[in-house]
Write a protein that binds this ligand. Sequence first.
Ligand code: FES
Length: 317
Amino acid sequence: MSTFKVVVSNIQQITPLIKQFSFIREDGASFPPFSGGSHVVVAMNINGRLHRNPYSLMGSPQAPDAYHIAVRLQEHSRGGSAYLHHEVKVGSQLEITYPNNLFALDKRARKHLLVAGGIGITPFMSQIDDLIRTKANYELHYAYRSQDHAAFTSALKEKCAERVHVYVESEGLSIDLKALLSKQPLGTHVYVCGPNAMVVALIETARSLGWPENHIHSEQFLAPPSGEPFKVKLAKSNIEVHVPAEMSMLEAIEAAGVDAPYSCRGGACGRCELEVIRTDGVLVHQDHYLSEADKAAGKKIMPCVSRAKCQSLEINL
Ligand code: FES
């Protein structure tokens, strides 16, 4: 995957748990423009192990002098968010991929209804710039736990004025999804990014109200869950790779020096799909990409988040 070498040019503490990082290119050139909702994958060498985490790009897609991401310090960080928060300083060098958009605005929508929970606000920060620039009809509904978690609210209120609606859980406010979705005009597309419970609830509510499937958009990158260690045989490379409990299958394959395709690294895009040749156990599917029928058939696996419970697994790589 093509990458840029970048230097951290600015770090801002946005909330007690969220920092914003700005990157400029090491070669001094501009970055390419991107579309709202795009993400990049940041590569970090942590104690000799390469971590690659996806983060949404914020800021104006049309002003590519710098790229900006916001990172929430995760309570059970696998390394990436803790490293960015505690080790990365202004002047640190990192590597990021070219932007990729798995959460693009649908230009055919008559209205865009954006629903964010917590750090799930980040992809909307660039989408809103696109919506304002194109004079599109939109509304943002943004829920977070308490005022301590109020990331970017002042900037959003300044930019979006009456189009932004804020819900602070500690003040007893929450989004009434059914009421919100019920009153939208025909041709509205809804976009949701936030905690799993919110994403699932919104999708189910929209479906129950008869929203067309292609008008419902969600983004949810999963952190690779840990699990039991297992071995995977790479048939084409003819090597066997040990997948430890705390590494994803994709990370273990990369650590073994084998190039494997990926984009989101969070079980959403389908880019890392691998063909299963055989296993003597069961596949533990954790992605949002494969259909239930595909998962049951056991012929495909998304190694960025899924694992196996087995003595041996052979894949076509
Ligand atoms: S890289 Fe996107 S599903 Fe695995």
